[in-house]
Design a protein around this ligand. Structure first.
Ligand code: MSP
Length: 649
C-alpha cells in the first residue's frame, strides 16, 4: 500500500460544517490523486463518540449518549457523498471492534510498565477535557474556552509520556517531513524544548461513565484522546489483520492546527510505547473563518456543507476550498468570494475556454479531432506549458499544496485562452490555404484541454469526467500514462457539452434565469457570433469597433491598495502598492486628486497586463482606471465586497 490517509474522527457534539468538510475534501482529493498516480490507497474517516461533551449534548436533546451519537454520526456519514468524498472506511469509536482494540493496547502498555496510578491535583478545563498547565492560561482563563479551569484533585492513571520526549525530538529532527508544513514542525519542537509531563489517561466513573472501561481497573474509563487516536489502528485491523503492517507503514494523518498537540506529541509517544513505528507524515492545515470572523454557533455564522452544495454544486465547492486556502494558513470564507471564483476561474477562464474550443472544432473541423500539421513556436510553447503543468501539478499535490497545484492548471488555462486570441482560428478558417494551420491550432487546444481535464480529476471529478467525455477520452486515466503530449487521436469524435459552469449573479449568487446553465456562457456565445459573420466583422472594424477578442486581451482586475506614497519630485504621481492578488507597484497620476492616506484600503480596477513602464524612476506594473469629468478625477471602484485579484469583465 502506498498511502493510508485519515481525517480526524469528528466529535458528535456538533454537526458537519465547512471546517470538517475542508479536511474531508482534501483527504479525498489526495487519495484520488494518488490513485491517479497508480498507487494503492486507503482513506478513512469517522466519528469520535465518547466523552463529557457528548454526554452534555445528549442531555440537552433528552437522548441517551448512544442514541445521540448514532444520530450525529449518521449526519457525518451522509454529508460526504454530496461533496464527492468517498472514504473506504467510516469508523465509530463506539464500535465493539474499536473498544476491544483500545483495551488490548491499554493492557499491553500497562503490562510494559508505561501506565501507572497516581494522585494528581491540577486545573481542569471541561471544554478541553484535560488538565491545563498554569502556562497555558491567559488571564487565568482557558484560551480556547474563555472559562476558568476548576481545581481538581483526583487519583488517576498516567501514561509515561515524558519518557519518550527525547526519542520524539530526535525522530522529528531526523525526519523533516514528519510534520508539515514546517511552521507546525517548529511549533512542536519549541513545545518539546520544555520538559514533557506524563499524560493523565483515565477518568473516574464517578465523574464520567460514557467511555471505554480500563481493562485493569473498572472504576475508570479511558480519557477520550487515548481512545480516539487509536481509531487509526482499529480501522486497519490492528493487531491481527494480515495487512496491518503494510497499511500502517503508509499512514498519513490530516488535521487542522487545533489538534496538533495530541497528534504530534501524544500519538507518536503512544505508538512508541506500543512498540509500533510512528505514522509516516502529519499534514496540518489552518482554520476557516467566515467573513474574517471565527465560525461559531453562538455568532450564528456556521456554514453547512450541504447548503453550499445545493447552492453551488459539488465541484465548485471543492474547487473553492482547495484554491482559496493556502495549505497550512488560515482562510476566510465568504459567499462573495465563492461567487467570484465561480465566475472568474470556472465560468470565465475554464468554462469559456472549453466551450469556445469545442464550438470551433464543431464549426471548423466537423466535431472531429483534426490531424495537426507541423507545430510552430506558439504551438510548441503551449504544449510545453501543458506538460510543465502536469509535472508541477503532480509535484504540488504530493506536497499537499492544493492551491499551488490549481494555480499551475490555471496558468495553462489562461495561456490557452491567449493562444486562441493570438491565433484567431476564425480568421484562419476564412482561407482554405490555412487549413493545416487551423487544424494544428485546434489540435493544440484540444490536447491542452485533455491534460487540464486529467489534472482536474482529483479536484473536480464531475467536471473532469464531463470534459473527458466531450473530448472522447476514457476517464479515469493514469497520470503517468496519459500525462504525455499527443495522445488525442485524430478523427476522435468530439461531443459538444453544456457550459461547465454558469455565471452567477453577484448579488443573489444564482445563475440568472435568462442564461440557464445549459447554455453557452454569454461571452462564448458572443465570441462565437463574431466568428460566424466575417462580413459583419469587417463593417465593425470600419466603424472603429473592437472585437470581443480584442477586449479580452485586457486583463482587468480588482486591486486592493495596501500602501501609498508620493513619488519624489512629482506633484502628479502616487506610488501605490496594490494586491491583485499578488502585490505589485502601480504609479498613478492622481496625486492632485487623492492623498496617499485616503488610498489605503480602497479597491480599484486596474489593467493588470500592461507592459511595465518607468515613471519618474519608479517602475509601474499596470494602470489604475479612473473617470475624468472636466477637471475632476474619480477613481474606479467596485460596488460590493470582491476579493482582490477578481477578474473584471
Ligand atoms: N474528535 C477530535 C479529533 C480526534 S482524531 C483522533 C476532534 N474533533 S472535531 O470535531 O473537533 O474536529 C476537529 C477537526 O475538524 C480539525 O482538526 C479540522 O480537521 C476540522 N475543523 C473543525 N473546524 C475547523 C475550521 N474552522 N477550519 C478548518 N478545519 C476545522 O477534534
Amino acid at each position: 500500500m502506498s498511502l493510508y490517509v485519515t481525517t480526524p474522527i469528528f466529535y458528535v457534539n456538533a454537526q458537519p460544517h465547512l471546517g470538517h468538510a475542508y479536511t474531508a475534501v482534501i483527504a479525498d482529493a489526495a487519495c484520488r490523486f494518488r490513485r491517479l498516480e497508480g498507487e494503492e490507497v486507503r482513506f478513512q474517516t469517522g466519528t469520535d463518540e465518547h466523552g463529557e461533551k457528548v454526554v452534555e449534548a445528549a442531555e440537552r436533546e433528552s437522548l441517551s449518549p448512544k442514541e445521540y451519537a448514532d444520530r450525529i454520526s449518521a449526519l457525518f456519514r451522509a454529508a460526504w457523498p454530496g461533496l464527492a468524498i468517498a472514504p473506504d472506511h467510516f469508523i465509530r469509536t463506539t464500535e465493539p471492534a474499536h473498544i476491544k482494540t483500545v483495551q488490548v493496547i491499554l493492557q499491553q502498555v500497562h503490562d510494559r510498565g508505561d501506565i501507572y496510578f497516581s494522585e494528581y491535583s491540577g486545573l481542569y478545563c471541561k471544554g478541553c477535557e484535560r488538565f491545563l498547565t498554569e502556562k497555558e492560561l491567559v488571564d487565568g482563563l482557558c484560551p480556547d474556552h474563555q472559562t476558568p479551569p476548576q481545581p481538581v484533585t483526583e487519583q488517576n492513571y498516567f501514561f509515561r509520556m515524558g519518557k519518550y520526549q527525547q526519542w520524539l525530538i530526535d525522530h522529528i529532527k531526523a525526519n523533516p517531513d514528519f510534520i508539515t508544513p514546517e511552521r507546525y514542525r517548529n511549533e512542536v519542537l519549541s513545545f518539546l524544548a520544555e520538559p514533557l509531563e506524563d499524560l493523565c489517561i483515565s477518568r473516574p466513573t464517578s465523574r464520567l461513565t460514557w467511555g471505554i472501561p480500563l481493562p485493569f481497573d473498572d472504576r475508570f474509563v479511558t480519557y477520550v484522546w487515548f481512545d480516539a487516536l487509536i481509531n487509526y489502528l482499529t480501522g486497519i485491523g490492528y493487531p491481527d489483520a494480515p495487512d496491518f503492517g503494510r497499511r500502517w507503514r503508509a499512514a498519513e494523518h490530516i488535521i487542522a492546527k487545533d489538534i496538533l498537540k495530541p497528534h504530534a506529541i501524544y500519538w507518536p509517544t503512544m505508538l512508541k510505547a506500543m512498540g509500533l513505528e510512528p505514522y509516516r507524515r502529519l499534514h496540518v492545515h489552518g482554520y476557516w473563518n467566515v467573513n474574517d470572523t471565527k465560525m461559531s454557533k453562538s455568532i450564528g455564522n456556521v456554514v453547512r456543507p450541504a447548503e453550499l452544495v445545493d447552492a453551488f454544486g459539488t465541484d465548485t465547492v471543492r474547487y473553492f476550498l482547495m484554491r482559496e486556502m493556502a495549505f497550512g494558513l488560515d482562510a476566510s470564507f465568504s459567499a462573495e468570494a465563492l461567487v467570484a471564483r465561480q465566475n472568474s476561474d470556472l465560468a470565465n477562464d475554464l468554462g469559456n475556454l472549453f466551450s469556445r474550443s469545442l464550438t470551433m472544432v464543431g464549426k471548423f473541423a466537423d466535431f472531429k479531432v483534426p490531424v495537426p500539421g507541423a507545430a510552430g513556436d506558439a504551438d510548441r510553447e503551449l504544449a510545453a506549458a501543458a506538460l510543465r503543468m502536469v509535472a508541477e501539478f503532480r509535484d504540488q499535490m504530493h506536497q499537499f499544496a492544493f492551491h499551488r497545484a490549481l494555480q499551475a492548471v490555471w496558468e495553462v488555462v489562461g495561456r490557452a485562452n491567449r493562444y486562441i486570441v493570438e491565433n484567431a482560428p476564425w480568421e484562419l478558417a476564412k482561407d482554405p490555404a490555412n487549413s493545416e494551420r487551423l487544424a494544428t491550432v485546434l489540435y493544440h487546444l484540444l490536447e491542452s484541454l485533455r491534460l487540464v481535464a486529467l489534472c482536474l480529476q482529483p479536484i473536480m471529478p464531475e467536471t473532469a469526467a464531463k470534459m473527458a467525455a466531450a473530448l472522447g477520452v476514457a476517464s479515469p486515466a493514469g497520470l503517468t500514462d496519459h500525462g504525455r503530449w499527443g495522445l488525442l487521436a485524430a478523427g476522435t469524435a468530439i461531443t459538444p457539452c453544456p457550459a461547465l459552469f454558469p455565471r452567477l449573479d453577484k448579488q443573489t449568487g444564482r445563475a440568472p434565469a435568462a442564461a440557464p446553465a445549459k447554455e453557452l456562457p454569454a461571452k462564448a456565445a458572443q465570441a462565437a457570433k463574431q466568428e460566424e459573420t466575417p462580413a459583419a466583422a469587417d463593417a465593425a472594424d470600419a466603424a472603429g469597433l473592437i472585437g470581443f477578442d480584442d477586449f479580452q486581451k485586457l486583463d482587468l482586475r480588482v486591486a486592493e491598495v495596501v500602501a501609498a506614497e508620493r513619488v519624489k519630485k512629482s506633484d502628479r504621481l502616487l506610488k501605490l502598492t496594490v494586491k491583485a492578488p499578488e502585490e505589485r507597484t502601480i504609479v498613478a497620476g492622481i496625486a492632485e486628486h487623492y492623498q496617499p492616506e485616503e488610498m489605503v484600503g480602497r479597491r480599484v480596477i486596474i489593467v493588470a497586463n500592461l507592459k511595465p513602464a518607468k515613471l519618474m524612476g519608479v517602475t509601474s506594473q499596470g494602470m489604475v482606471l479612473a473617470a475624468k469629468d472636466g477637471k475632476a478625477l474619480v477613481l474606479s471602484a467596485v460596488s460590493g465586497p470582491v476579493a482582490a485579484g477578481a477578474k473584471v469583465s
